[in-house]
Design a protein around this ligand. Structure first.
Ligand SMILES: Nc1nc2c(ncn2[C@@H]2O[C@H](COP(=O)(O)OP(=O)(O)OP(=O)(O)O)[C@@H](O)[C@H]2O)c(=O)[nH]1
Ligand SMILES: [Mg+2]
Length: 300
């Protein structure tokens, strides 16, 4: 039996969470077109066993995008991502364009050079690249000598994801099964529910508001055919509250409906979802609020 941990790291928005979901064949991490979507590390468990129960178990750790923090939430996110570097057996560093697309990739690269953990470079979004563009990016990273492998994938379309999984397997060593065979995440369903609601807010709202939003599940009651969920959406300003609720409550209704549909599919029950919007000014710089919202390692 082989097993181990693999960190998935990179700038915001390069497709880390999309890749995690593609590897697992199931959505456990939320993904949106907005940077800084993921705020916590999210572990996805990939297990492949033969008839004798022998095989491989790999725990992939999706991380928040590494960026220059502008508040304590940003610091928590970046620390959580960088903190995985030394806890894993291999690192997948994802990029989605040429190295000079932004300063972020070079910064992360310099951090990675400092550590001995084996590194795989993944060039994502190849579905959007011309062969020449891909070739150029490939060559830049291949020539560095930092990466054990360089891969082109499309996490969104699933292109070359199987090959990447096989490559990651090569870095696993003899080890125990950490989790039961059928487990794909350790995250409590309450956490996933709060993330799904946050994803819908990110999708429905414009620009700056989503970054100041946190979702707290106040009630989660599982009955036989119905799950009753009550969620509080926190934002940073009164004006944001109005925008989230929308004219006649329409915006919030849309957010709630689309979250409810996804929650019903996830839970396999009807869902009764109640949402409230509250203002908590500057919560992203408040240690107490961050801790309450689960942005502290031990409070997950
Ligand atoms: N065209 C294309 N888009 C992709 C691909 N992979 C991811 N995306 C898109 O890129 C955006 C960001 O994807 P995420 O998976 O949320 O990115 P992330 O790296 O987890 O972002 P953060 O959590 O903010 O750090 C989404 O709109 C995805 O649909 C891909 O292979 N091709
Ligand atoms: Mg993400």
């Amino acid at each position: 039996m082989k097993s181990g941990f693999i960190g998935i790291v990179g700038r915001p928005n390069v497709g880390k969470s999309t890749l995690l979901n593609a590897i697992l064949g199931e959505k456990i991490a939320i993904t949106t077109a907005k940077p800084q979507t993921t705020r916590n590390t999210i572990r996805g468990i990939y297990t492949k066993l033969d008839e004798d129960g022998d095989g491989v178990q790999m725990v992939f750790i999706d991380t928040p995008g590494i960026h220059k923090p502008r508040n304590k939430l940003g610091e928590f996110m970046t620390d959580a991502a960088i903190g995985t570097f030394n806890e894993v057996d291999a690192i997948i560093f994802i990029v989605d364009g040429p190295i000079d697309k932004g300063p972020g990739d070079r910064y992360i690269l310099d951090l990675l050079r400092e550590i001995d953990t084996p590194k795989i470079l993944v060039i994502n979004k190849i579905d959007q690249m011309s062969p020449d563009e891909f070739e150029g990016i490939y060559r830049t990273y291949d020539e560095m000598g930092v990466f054990a492998e360089v891969f082109g994938v499309s996490a969104l379309k699933g292109t070359h994801v199987e090959e990447l999984i096989a490559c990651a397997e090569g870095f696993m060593e003899e080890g125990p099964m950490f989790f039961p065979e059928d487990m794909i995440t350790e995250d409590p369903v309450r956490f996933i529910a709060s993330e799904i609601i946050r994803e819908k807010i990110l999708l429905y709202m414009e620009d700056e508001i989503p970054h100041g939003v946190a979702v707290e599940i106040e009630q989660f009651i599982e009955e036989e055919n119905m799950t009753r969920i009550s969620a509080c959406i926190y934002c940073e300003r009164k004006s944001h509250k109005g925008m989230i609720i929308g004219k006649g409550g329409r915006k919030l209704k849309g957010i709630g409906k689309s979250a409810r549909e996804e929650l019903e599919a996830l839970l396999g029950t009807k869902v009764f979802l109640q949402t409230w919007v509250k203002v908590r000014e500057n919560w992203r710089d408040s240690d107490i609020a961050l801790s309450n919202f689960g942005y502290k390692e031990e409070n997950r």
